[in-house]
Design a protein around this ligand. Sequence first.
Ligand code: ADP
Ligand code: MG
Length: 265
Amino acid sequence: MSLRYTFANQKGGVGKTTTVVNLAAAMATWGFRTLVVDADPQCNASTSLGIDARSSGRHVYAVMVAGLPVRDAIHATRWEGLDLVPSTPDLAGAAVELNAEPPQERVTRLVRALAQTDAYDYVLIDSPPSLGVLTVNALVAAQGVIVPVQCEYLALEGLTQLTHTISLVQRALNQNLALRGVVMTMYDRRTTLANEVVDQVRRHFPKRVFETVIPRSVRLSEAPSYGEPGVVYAPRSQGAVAYLGLARELLTGDGHTVAWEPEAS
Ligand code: ADP
Ligand code: MG
């Protein structure tokens, strides 16, 4: 059985994609068979893993709209144990096509497709910056939702709407869905604001915020242009070490043992 996590926040630029690709790469490095599903028409997760699927016909749009079996849409990445169902810009049109389907049908496309991915230990689903039909499909398909939140002014804004959507999905479509955790991203320790935001979010989501906070790191933002996750591109950078720590925290919480320790610097 695989554990499926959806990364959601309808704000763009909060670190969803960066979190997905770095956690996935860390998991694969440690021997967990990991599948990333890119459910965002912006395809940033696909690009960050070095894959352009536009001419292949094997992508999440074909799976969700045309009924392509998911195994035919899985691409191997350059990293052992890390596979990808890539996205393409076409996926933007999927929302319109899916909305023409009956309500129950349109939000269960992804979960039904992913029934064939049980060989993976982890399936990590990246979602677009909206609470539309693609994100709902991603929430229906997962056991846990992980919410990246940027350490900035008004960080909590919009989270009420997100938690409302999560509880609607729980009630109507997916009773197994749990809020697995909130990840604080792009933390800048030089500002008092960042600390205040972390404290505020911890008060708002008691026991739900991961201990590991992801710092702002130039290396993490450079990595996608090389088609590599930050933990591969610059494994000793502060950002990469933080993501490895987050991966360990997540895996440990799921009952796995991870031997990795950050090197003393
Ligand atoms: P989302 O998927 O929520 O839109 P991204 O993961 O794409 O957010 O991140 C938005 C931008 O910020 C990207 O350019 C990314 O490279 C950059 N970024 C993400 N996390 C960090 C970080 N910890 N430090 C510096 N830049 C980051
Ligand atoms: Mg993204």
